[in-house]
Design a protein around this ligand. Structure first.
Ligand code: UGA
Length: 434
């Protein structure tokens, strides 16, 4: 099948290479010339385990190429829209300008019988509006909404082996054709008996936002329990293990700590709130707002904890922050809780040095006022306190005895409940966790 993918960021680039891996002839389109050049040379513009290998392998087959010219999408049977929907500046709502522009750019090349497939996360109601635009401008062309569910760090696996497929389809006579075309493009995945939910646009759009909101809710729930655990001396990790054994609850996404960040969960829950507010669903709005509030309070609590262990004042204290990415195995710093805490500490007079195995360059570009070091040892040299804010394996495996010889004050704050409390305490550290 001939396939085009418009938008070659994190989602689109992985999707394009994955579609080529499934045997399709794929062109990835992006306006960013440097990104397109890098991708054509099999260089990943972002850190994602396994992606560069997949890219090299699929480019070598000749089935995959990247271009800045949307005219190269002409003739594809399926056109995936994979552009970002960031949070609008100063508002909670999603900024849909890139989705709108991507669909409009396709209108010039689209032919009757072709299918536009939205993968971006959008507010409910968007697909119906875009479907009207497509039908009006190119009669006979169709639109489907097929949300993505990939996690950073597992993007290739999640794209090639998704745990479900969701098809939001038109309600009219095009429904069967659109479903058949999606089944064809995902043939290898469909034949593996992957659960498939075939529905309308609104449900498909909502599946995505509801799934991310539920994940966010689990994290905020355990973080609310963590607050109680701090107040009572109870152990939140064991609590999570114990409630997680009930498979109606499940242990996943019950890791208490600094809370959620990244380019998806925070902005998706806020965009959802904005849409829910427009629709007048007050209870859902109150609920989602509290999930977000609990999450943001974790960052403030971390700064308070740092002040507490630094004898009540952060002024002039040297603090090493281990971790800048929003989660391990990623160089993504969008809405990173770690960097947010680092910046707050600095504002309160601390001398902050940040390190991260993958995200220092990105962090430096966005937060140039912070100091950076290439390794944990360099960041922590002479520090009064060490904060572990992203649970990279390298930090979990630090030797507390050797590390204790570098610092000025053996105070460690475990923002992700990732360290071995007993080992650090035995090595003479004051250990505090969220
Ligand atoms: C998230 C969802 O997990 C994916 O299913 C979804 O497809 C994706 O968003 C998306 O919308 O594109 P991702 O942003 O890659 O994926 O990251 P997650 O692994 O969900 O982690 C999000 C944040 O939650 C991280 O900051 C992480 O540290 C935090 N987290 C996660 C916790 O604080 N506790 C946990 O137990 C789990």
């Amino acid at each position: 099948m001939r396939v085009s993918v418009v938008g070659c960021g994190y989602l689109g680039a992985v999707h394009a290479a994955s579609m080529a891996e499934l045997g399709h002839e794929v062109v990835g389109i992006d306006v960013d010339e440097r990104k397109v050049a890098a991708l054509n040379e099999a260089r990943a513009p972002f850190f994602e385990p396994g992606f560069e290998d997949l890219l090299a392998r699929t480019l070598a087959t000749g089935r995959l190429r990247f271009s800045t010219d949307v005219a190269d999408a002409a003739g594809a049977a399926v056109h995936f829209v994979c552009v970002g929907t960031p949070q609008k500046r100063g508002e909670y709502a999603a900024d849909l300008r890139y989705v709108q522009a991507a669909v409009e750019s396709l209108l010039g090349v689209l032919a009757p019988g072709e299918l536009v497939v939205g993968k971006s996360t959008v507010p409910v109601g968007t697909a119906a509006r875009l479907a009207e635009l497509v039908a009006h401008k190119v009669p006979g062309a169709m639109l489907a909404w097929n949300p993505k569910f990939l996690r950073e760090g597992f993007a290739v696996q999640d794209t090639l082996h998704p745990n479900r497929l969701v098809y939001g389809l038109p309600a009219d006579q095009d429904r069967e054709t659109a479903e058949r075309m999606l089944d064809e493009v995902y043939a290898e995945i469909v034949t593996r008996q992957t659960p498939k939910v075939v529905t309308d646009y609104a449900t498909a759009e909502m599946v995505k936002t509801a799934a991310n909101s539920f994940l966010a809710t689990k994290i905020s729930f355990i973080n609310a329990m963590a607050e109680l655990c701090e107040a009572t001396g109870a152990d939140v990790k064991l609590l999570a293990d114990a409630i997680g054994y009930d498979d109606r609850i499940g242990r996943k996404f019950l890791n208490a700590g600094l809370g959620f960040g990244g380019g998806c969960l925070p902005k998706d829950i806020r965009a959802f709130m904005a849409r829910v507010g427009e629709l007048g669903a007050d209870q859902a709005l109150t609920f989602l707002r509290e999930v977000d509030n609990i999450n943001m309070r974790r960052r403030i609590r971390m700064v308070e904890l740092a002040r507490e262990v630094c004898d009540g004042s952060l002024l002039g204290k040297h603090i090493a922050v281990l971790g800048a990415a929003f989660k391990p195995d990623s160089d993504d710093i969008r809405d990173s809780p770690a960097l947010n805490v680092a910046a707050q500490l600095q504002l309160q007079g601390a001398v902050v040095c940040v390190t991260d195995p993958a995200a220092v360059d990105n962090a430096r570009r966005q937060w140039p006022q912070l100091d950076y070091a290439p390794t944990a040892e360099q960041a922590a040299a002479g520090a009064d306190a060490v904060l572990v804010l992203t649970e990279w394996r390298q930090y979990r495996q630090l030797d507390p005895v050797a590390f204790g010889q570098i610092v000025a004050g053996k105070r460690v704050l475990d923002g992700r409940n990732a360290l071995d409390r007993e080992a650090w305490t035995a090595a003479g550290w004051t250990y505090r966790a969220l």
